[in-house]
Design a protein around this ligand. Structure first.
Ligand code: F3S
Ligand code: F3S
Length: 105
């Protein structure tokens, strides 16, 4: 799977959503999250993010390792809806994301 990391926080550019063929990039309050089971590893989202927030799971920088788990935990309640567009924004940011200070854009 691919993982969205800290540069997305408070920016939510959403260019990635347009590229995903399986609609598996879901919106939280402060960032977006890739569904680890629904992502088919096509990689189309990674180059279009203007702030390089998206990484293949093995390539997530050490400083942002906790985002790998965040992209899992966001779906604890939501499960696997099989498509983000019909779900819309979900207020399920993990606690450490909620607690981040406002990120400068
Ligand atoms: Fe975020 Fe980049 Fe997508 S900022 S919403 S991961 S294009
Ligand atoms: Fe979609 Fe990116 Fe995965 S485009 S299928 S979330 S690698």
């Amino acid at each position: 799977t691919y993982v969205i990391a800290q540069p997305c926080v408070d920016l939510l550019d959403k260019a990635c959503i347009e590229e995903c063929p399986v609609d598996c990039i879901y919106e939280g309050d402060r960032m977006l999250y890739i569904h680890p089971d629904e992502c088919v590893d096509c990689g189309a989202c990674e180059p279009v993010c203007p702030v390089e927030a998206i990484y293949y799971e093995d390539d997530v920088p050490d400083e942002w390792k906790e985002y790998t788990k965040a992209n899992v935990d966001f779906f604890n309640e939501l499960g696997s809806p099989g498509g983000a567009s019909k779900v819309g924004k979900v207020s399920a940011d993990p606690a450490f994301v909620k607690a981040l200070p406002p990120q400068a854009s």
